[in-house]
Design a protein around this ligand. Structure first.
Ligand code: HEC
Ligand code: HEC
Length: 328
């Protein structure tokens, strides 16, 4: 089976292509605009073992000034209307790109409806968010800025605040050749987001031909992952993130709403407890047993759960040379 890696409309460069199409629509093409054909999948990073999962590529080339500015903004509390929190508040890139909480707390002091997703590797998924509502990382970022419970602000409001800061104004001048504007705030955050890839997991090293990267138990776990049918939903470069599925197909899983979810990525999954959209599974062992029951009508033996968890533990990659997870 071919992994669906070429499926992503949100991958690196999507915004740029969108820009080209928009310019074309305005200037050149007149009445009829044919959308650009979807790009061919990137060439395989390494030897193709015919597996349903492909290795995380290294981060795409982005403008270093824009990405560095985006990283600064990611940790800047001015991203929220009342200057109380940055993106880092719920997405700690020094640990797992998310938080350790079941639900993070919104600006109004009440819990968010959904467990915070990790920002690592999200640009490799075909849509953004648990429900896959957003097609581009820019749309997802704008929604985070504007959501009254997340940031309660807007890119335009933030740009005005940053324009009053001479240091920030200088950084925008250097990266964009103009004073801060809303679109540039979103673009800088998006450029940074595209660099948040975590290659180098032991599983990827095995995919790339390093036979000793996995132990016998871990390999048995991967074989079981395929033979049970987990990989029918969790596959592609993100071991998920390329399909919509119902949850609770055979037995109820977690909170019934929302019914249809983007199958979550299992990249770095050992570092992101608790699990499921409502954060109801505290451990991987619990999540794996519930998954087998809810999605495949299978009751796992202790040994099966153990090797599946062992396999999932090999999906932890590295960010800036350090294993994802760190100390919480
Ligand atoms: C209060 C906590 C909180 C803050 C602050 C926050 N987020 Fe999030 N983030 C979440 C939650 C919860 C989700 C999942 C939302 C959903 O699926 O609807 C999410 C999802 C995302 C995703 C999608 C990940 C994926 O795999 O699809 C990205 C990208 C993201 N946030 C970026 C940001 C950026 C950039 C900021 C700062 C501007 C930010 N977030 C601020 C809680 C937060
Ligand atoms: C029919 C599709 C499907 C199959 C088959 C499937 N999953 Fe899932 N998986 C999902 C969906 C959808 C979710 C999100 C559920 C939720 O959040 O409520 C999920 C969530 C998970 C999570 C939690 C991820 C997180 O970050 O919260 C783990 C771990 C997981 N699955 C492992 C497995 C394993 C192991 C198998 C095989 C035993 C499996 N899945 C089979 C669709 C599937």
């Amino acid at each position: 089976m071919r992994p669906l890696t070429g499926f992503s409309g949100a991958g690196p460069g999507a915004g740029y292509r969108g820009g080209i199409i928009a310019i074309c629509a305005v200037l050149l093409c007149g009445v009829e605009v044919t959308p650009a054909p979807s790009q061919p999948p990137p060439p395989p990073v390494a030897l193709d073992r015919g597996e349903p999962i492909t290795p995380i590529p290294s981060a795409p080339a982005v403008d270093p000034l824009k990405a560095a500015l985006g990283e600064k903004l990611f940790g800047d509390r001015r991203m929220s209307h009342d200057n109380s929190r940055s993106c880092q508040y719920c997405h700690d890139i020094a640990t797992n790109g998310a938080s350790q909480k079941r639900h993070d707390v919104g600006l109004d002091g009440a819990e968010m409806a959904l467990n915070s997703l990790t920002v690592f590797n999200s640009t490799l998924s075909f849509r953004f968010g648990w429900e896959g509502k957003f097609r581009t990382v820019e749309a997802d970022i704008s929604a985070s800025l504007e959501s009254p419970r997340t940031m309660g602000s807007s890119a335009v409001e933030i740009a005005a605040k940053l324009d009053a800061d001479l240091d920030m104004r200088g950084r925008f001048m250097a990266a964009y050749g103009r004073r801060p504007e809303g679109d540039d705030v979103v673009d800088a955050l998006a450029n940074f987001q595209r660099t948040l890839l975590t290659p180098g997991s032991r599983f990827d090293r095995w995919l790339q031909g390093e036979e000793t990267a996995l132990s016998a138990d871990e390999l048995a776990g991967y074989r079981l992952f395929k033979s049970l049918g987990c990989s029918a939903c969790h596959q592609g470069v993100n071991v998920g993130g390329n399909l919509y599925e119902r949850h609770g197909i055979f037995h109820p899983l977690a909170s019934p709403e929302p019914k249809i979810l983007r199958v979550p990525s299992l990249r770095n999954v050992a570092t992101t407890p608790p699990y499921f959209h409502d954060g109801s599974a505290p451990t991987l062992d619990d999540a794996v047993r519930k998954m087998a029951m809810a999605q495949l009508n299978a009751t796992l033996t202790d040994q099966q759960a153990k090797v599946l968890v062992a396999f999932l533990n090999t999906l932890t990659g590295t960010y800036r040379g350090t294993p994802v997870g760190g100390s919480p």
